[in-house]
Write a protein that binds this ligand. Structure first.
Ligand code: ATP
Ligand code: MG
Length: 576
């Protein structure tokens, strides 16, 4: 790639609307441009990284025995009505009508379309198992598209689906895909964890997310210091050591708490630790109000609540609904005397001497004891696991490991689906004994464009991106400090041709710009290697080589440059 003939529009200033590093750097390095909210152009350098991630994905999946197809982006409503998702998917599903007024949608995922294909063309157990994938543009009308490619409305996904004669075979393929995914993210040069996850709207009974570790990640995950247990906090089994929560018992009494509502405010006002509070949330589960209790320092996991209740949808109540439910304004809800269904986190079982709202304006109760004041509550694990919890997997008490929390970016997720789609869509096969049976399914997704963003979140410094070699747009950039100098120009051309012939992906900055501008752009774009060719070095027959990830540079003799740099790049590739 020659700068003089390429579109590499780098910018000095951060874009005003970019909140996270990957978004800022992708715009500044000229990898993407926004067209509309959550919808982007991929420019030449951005597209190269996308293609590299795709090719690693293809390589590993083909090796794992999967087959690539390309399904349509637009799919007819009938398929979604058959699975039942037309009515439950909500506004993320962009629905459109054709000229005959028929309903269609832009595919946010393709379980229905692929199951339709397989049910028509696969008849016998002899044709199974099958694992089919595609790499394609998806559309989800996200309520809050943000962070550039991290959460777009239009984005590139690899989605795969497998079909099996029974659970055991599906389970085998699930584990097989888990390994293939680990190889994919390893080869991309990323630090990640495979964590147990909630199955959410896709449904099914078993799932892992692949989380790239980065401080800016939206997800919280925990991993055990002792065993290999790792899970999204929404799902993780953390054990709290100091239970039951016991504070000194005092008589139940009302205390005035004028205009203080949140646990933080009331805790300060009464000079009591947040742990002493019973946090009382009002939720609407499938249209019905319930009170949800947690220790004051804990956070609710909505997926755990939904799973415990067996509800399709849970959401926080609105201010109005809370007033109806507690007869008091928001901020004063509590379990005492509440004549509704109460579900409490199990850390509250047996708690004593607690504080909570009194369902009365500007009033709280002190001296709440669970056994007397909310004896009939249903108890379950509802809290999001926390840093420092005991691991719920590797033993009880003192020999259990501790959970460590990390921030992560979900770049992929795999699910065991069972017959959730094959049953309603009638994907059946004839078994060896002649009986007709429903196929078992798994589904496997990777956010290609999100992986690119996550790679930048994990690999950057103050000057720009620091690409892992495997997914850098180019491996080496050659910088001519003075293009006008004939000797510099000839040497650059010679190195450029030599490296390209050796199979190295090389860019040549042949612009008539100051050296400083070129260095800044090279750092911003994040090429793994930078070769600097200038008149002074050439006088002594040398050029400079610098790795983007290191501060030192080395002098190389001009005649050895091509061989030396090609050898280093190939060695780096091998190491992956
Ligand atoms: P999230 O919880 O982040 O909204 P999801 O769990 O709904 O994602 P999946 O249905 O599991 O996403 O999709 C598979 C993969 O596609 C995700 O792991 C993620 O990498 C990617 N992905 C999902 N939504 C987006 C989006 N809006 N923009 C970019 N990538 C996305
Ligand atoms: Mg997911």
């Amino acid at each position: 790639m020659r700068y003089s003939r390429h579109l590499v529009p780098t910018l000095k200033e951060d874009p005003a609307d970019a909140e996270v590093m990957s978004h800022r750097l992708m715009v500044r390095a000229g990898l993407i441009r926004q067209v509309a909210r959550g919808i982007y152009d991929l420019l030449p350098l951005g597209l190269r990284t996308v293609r590299k991630i795709e090719s690693i994905v293809r390589d590993e999946l083909d090796r794992a025995g999967c087959q690539e197809v390309l399904l349509p982006i637009v799919s007819p409503a009938e398929l979604w009505q058959e699975s039942g998702r037309w009515d439950v998917y909500g506004k993320e599903l962009l629905r459109i009508k054709d000229r005959h007024d028929r309903d269609f949608c832009l595919g946010p995922t393709h379980e229905e379309v692929i199951t339709d294909l397989v049910r028509r063309d696969v008849r016998s157990y002899r044709e199974l198992p099958l694992n089919i994938y595609q790499i394609q543009t998806k559309f989800r009308d996200e309520i809050r598209p943000r962070f550039g490619l991290m959460r777009g409305r239009e984005f590139i996904m690899k989605d795969g689906y497998s079909f099996h004669v029974d659970y055991d075979d599906c389970r085998r393929e699930y584990d097989h895909m888990r390994l293939a995914y680990s190889r994919i993210f390893d080869r991309c040069g990323l630090t990640f964890r495979a964590v147990e996850a909630d199955t959410g709207a896709i449904g099914g009974q078993m799932s892992h997310e692949f989380q790239v570790l980065a401080g800016s990640g939206e997800d919280l995950i925990v991993s055990c210091s002792r065993c290999d247990y790792a899970a999204n906090v929404e799902k993780a089994e953390g054990v709290v050591a100091d239970t039951p929560i016991r504070f000194p018992r005092t008589p139940l009494e009302e205390v005035a708490t004028p205009s203080v509502r949140t646990i933080e405010e009331v805790s300060k006002f009464l000079d009591e630790p947040p742990r002493r509070f019973v946090k009382t949330l009002v939720y609407i589960a499938d249209g019905k109000g319930i009170a949800v209790l947690l220790a004051g320092t804990d956070q609710l996991s909505e997926p755990k609540l939904r799973a415990t209740l067996g509800a399709d949808e849970v959401r926080p109540a609105t201010e109005e609904e809370i007033e109806d439910f507690t007869n008091a304004p928001q901020g004063f809800a509590g379990p005492v005397g509440l004549d509704h269904l109460i579900i409490a986190d199990k850390t509250l079982l047996g708690c004593e001497g607690m504080i909570s709202g009194a369902n009365k304006v500007d009033t709280h109760y002190r001296g709440i004891d669970q056994d007397r004041d909310f004896p009939d509550a249903q108890f379950a694990d509802l809290r999001a696991a926390n840093d420092g919890d005991l691991c719920g997997r590797c033993g009880n008490g003192s020999d259990a490991g501790r959970l460590e929390a990390h921030r992560g970016i979900e770049v992929g997720q795999i699910f065991y689906l069972g017959t959730k789609y094959s049953e309603p869509l009638g994907a059946t096969f004839l078994d060896a004994d002649g009986s007709s049976r429903v196929m078992e399914m798994g589904t496997y997704g990777i956010g290609i464009t999100r992986t690119m963003a996550a790679a930048i979140e994990q690999n950057h410094d103050d000057n720009g991106i620091v690409w892992p070699l495997a997914i850098a747009p180019y491996e080496v950039v050659i910088i001519a400090t003075k293009w006008a100098d004939e000797k510099v120009r000839d040497t650059c051309e010679w190195i450029y041709e030599g490296l390209a012939t050796a199979g190295v992906e090389v860019a040549l900055d042949d612009r008539d710009e100051r050296a400083g501008v070129k260095f800044n752009d090279a750092d911003l774009i994040g090429y793994p290697y930078r070769l600097t060719v200038g008149p002074r070095g050439l006088e002594s027959g040398t050029v400079e080589l610098k790795r983007r990830s290191e501060s030192d540079q080395a002098e190389l003799v001009v005649s050895d440059v091509v061989e030396e740099v090609a050898a280093r790049v190939l060695a780096d590739r091998e190491a992956l």
